[in-house]
Every structure is written in structure tokens, then in C-alpha cells.
Design a protein around this ligand. Structure first.
Ligand SMILES: [Zn+2]
Length: 390
């Protein structure tokens, strides 16, 4: 892996994380790949997704470190020309996107620093995409541990302390205490949040912690013997709150209750649904028993059609009832001509698989089973199906 310290492109975001517009000279230009002598674009590095924006009016869709330089991948519109080597170009990063990443990343440092000082766990994996912020810690949190860290992280955010960036070299770097995932060579860039954390890091950070706004833990699972934690900060936390609040309010409105009562109302609805389903099942068993009882006993093929939804179990029980007194094929078809039918066919004297075969040959039915009983689905008119049972 290329050490970010050895990159030859001047990183404007190192000196000024708030630089949005900049000018630079083109060092090399491919079909869609542009290398500049300096850039404000943060490349994909250290688990963080790259900046977006424009250079010379052309959208930048990816930024990568390759061969010791930062490469900007451009989405060149048809008819538009790429800048040429030696040109002076101006560029701008997408500030809303960048600032959101700064909020997430600075929030992550506070969170990981607190986890380290409170529980001694290391952050062994960090991922900051445009959708989520994931941290892997090499330890399992005790009950209430994560909410305690969340509360302390927000207190650190609201204390609004100034973040400090320093470059340490040689003995100074060896003796300083900071968190780091890699063995670093050359000057080490250390991001310090006084009283909370010091961590080797290549990314842009907010000037003061207050700019992070807030931090929420949105998920935690056991992962590889440790814990994978998802957080959201600032704008993303606000967007999550707005979306979830809207969904909850809509749900409360459906249920004609208050937001606070949504869990109880939903549980009540679920219980009612369970008992209604049981009552409906009993009612449909009773109806089907009556229909089966109304058929005369004898040696003939019989079939019943039912428009109401029946469970597979009720269908099988009804067909069993029919085969007790009718010796031919006993079929039950549930559904309608338009949407098709689910069927169960049984017989004590005949082979029900033969009927399944006929239904397949005539109407392309699906399904199968044993000689005593088959089940499946078929798309055909009731009138045509009845012909097979005559
Ligand atoms: Zn970092």
C-alpha cells in the first residue's frame, strides 16, 4: 500500500480543510484521468470515500492515489474537451458532501477515543461511505456501555473544543501517544481533540467539535469476536431523525394514536390480527365441511370451487372429508378464473397423480404429490377444469 505521506500532489486540504475553490496546474491528462500539482479533493483513503465536485467545469466522479499522485477521474460530457498538460485549471469540491464527511469522521475520532479510554478497545476497522459510518472494535461492550459513550461523545461535541493538527517526526513521533492502525513512516499527521483523543489520520476534520452537531449510535452487532458499531453525525443524523419522525408520525396517524402509543397500538393490532386469522380459519373449515357434506356419496368425480382464500391445511382437510364418501377424484379449487386457482386433488380409488398430469397437459398446471393426494396451481377457467371431472 502506498503511504499517504509520500504522495507528491500538494494536499490543499492538509493546510485548509475548508478550501472549496482552488486553482492548479495540470501535470498529466488521460482520456478521463487528471493529475494536478495541487488539489483540494480528498482521495479515497483510510476507509473514507472520496470527494465529489468539478474541475474545469467537468464533474469529478472518483479520486484515487496511484503511482505517488492523486488522480481525479472525470465524467467528460460528449463534445467537451479534457484540460491538457500545462493548463491552469480551477476546481471546486462539493462542500455539502465534504462537510458531511468531516462531521462523520471527526465524530468517529471522538467516539473511538472515548471507547479506547473507557474500555481499552481499539478501532480495528473504519469505513465512511456516502451512506454509513462503520467502526469495528476488538471488544464486546458491557450493558449500557454504548449509550454511555454516545452521551459522552455528545458532551465532547457540545464542549466545542478546537481540533489540532500536527505533524510529528522521528523521536517526537515515536514518543507521542496516539491511536494508529498502521505502522507509519516519515512525518505522522496527528489529529488531536484535546482531552478526548489523538489519532494518526490523513483526512480533513472540523475546526471545532461543535460543528459535528450531534452523534447517534444507529446500530451495533457482534462481529468477529468484537463489536461493529454504526453511527451518524450532524447532517446525516438530522436527516435520519427527520425521515424516521415522518414515518412514525404517519404510522401514528394510520393508527389514530399518538407517536408514544405506536408500539402498544401496533402490538394490539398484531394480536387482533392473529385471533381474527384463527377465527377466519375456523369459519372457513365449517363452511367447507358443510359444502363437502352437501355432496352426495357415490362412485363419481367431484370438484368444489371456492372464491374465499383458504389455507393449504383447510384445503387438504376438506378434500380428505370428500374422499371419505366419494370414490372418484375429489378436487378443491380455490381462487378465480382471472387470477387462477390453487388446488388439492385426492382419491382413495384412483391415482391423483394422473389428474395432476391431466391438469398439466391441458392447462400447464404446476404441482404434484402422492397417488392419494396432489396439490398445485393452475390458470384456467372453472368451466374447463370441471370438464376434467365429468
Ligand atoms: Zn481519522
Amino acid at each position: 500500500m502506498l503511504d499517504s505521506n509520500s504522495v507528491k500532489t500538494e494536499k490543499i486540504y492538509y493546510a485548509d480543510a475548508y478550501a472549496v475553490h482552488f486553482t492548479a496546474n495540470v501535470i498529466s491528462a488521460g482520456d478521463n484521468d487528471l493529475v494536478l500539482d495541487r488539489t483540494a479533493f480528498f482521495p479515497e483513503e483510510g476507509g473514507q470515500s472520496p470527494d465529489k465536485g468539478v474541475i474545469a467545469g467537468i464533474p469529478v466522479v472518483d479520486v484515487q492515489i496511484r503511482d505517488g499522485y492523486i488522480h481525479h477521474i472525470l465524467d467528460v460530457p460528449e463534445g467537451e474537451k479534457m484540460p491538457a498538460e500545462g493548463d491552469c485549471v480551477s476546481g471546486s469540491i462539493d462542500w455539502a458532501h465534504r462537510f458531511s464527511n468531516m462531521q462523520q469522521h471527526s465524530g468517529e475520532h471522538i467516539f473511538s477515543g472515548l471507547v479506547h479510554s473507557e474500555f481499552g478497545f481499539d478501532n480495528v476497522g473504519f469505513h465512511l461511505s456516502d451512506r454509513e459510518v462503520t467502526m469495528d472494535f476488538n471488544g464486546v461492550f458491557p450493558e449500557g456501555g454504548l449509550s454511555m459513550i454516545e452521551r459522552k461523545a455528545n458532551e465532547a461535541i457540545w464542549s466545542n473544543v478546537e481540533t489540532q493538527i500536527s505533524f510529528l517526526e522521528g523521536r517526537e513521533a515515536r514518543e507521542a501517544v496516539y491511536r494508529s492502525k498502521l505502522e507509519l513512516t516519515g512525518a505522522v499527521r496527528v489529529v488531536t481533540i484535546p482531552g478526548i483523543d489523538a489519532c494518526a489520520c490523513c483526512a480533513p476534520h472540523v475546526r471545532r467539535t461543535g460543528e459535528i452537531g450531534c452523534l447517534v449510535v444507529v446500530g451495533a452487532i457482534n462481529y468477529k469476536g468484537g463489536t461493529r458499531v454504526n453511527i451518524l453525525c450532524g447532517r446525516r443524523a438530522m436527516e435520519l431523525f427527520a425521515r424516521e419522525h415522518m414515518l412514525l408520525t404517519r404510522t401514528a396517524n394510520f393508527l389514530t394514536t399518538s407517536v408514544d402509543n405506536v408500539p402498544e397500538s401496533t402490538m394490539r393490532l398484531k394480536n387482533e390480527n392473529t385471533s381474527l386469522a384463527a377465527a377466519l380459519k375456523n369459519a372457513s373449515i365449517a363452511v367447507m365441511e358443510m359444502k363437502a357434506a352437501a355432496l352426495p356419496a357415490g362412485e363419481y368425480d367431484a370438484c368444489l370451487f371456492e372464491k374465499n382464500e383458504l389455507t393449504g391445511k383447510v384445503m387438504q382437510e376438506t378434500v380428505n372429508r370428500m374422499t371419505e364418501k366419494i370414490s372418484g377424484y375429489c378436487g378443491l379449487f380455490c381462487g378465480n378464473d382471472e387470477d387462477g386457482y390453487r388446488f388439492v386433488v385426492g382419491s382413495r380409488a384412483k391415482n391423483a397423480q394422473e389428474m395432476a398430469k391431466k391438469l398439466k397437459e391441458e392447462f400447464g398446471a404446476r404441482g404434484g404429490g402422492r397417488p392419494e393426494m396432489v396439490q398445485g396451481s393452475v390458470h384456467a377457467a372453472e368451466r374447463r377444469i370441471r370438464e376434467l371431472f365429468d
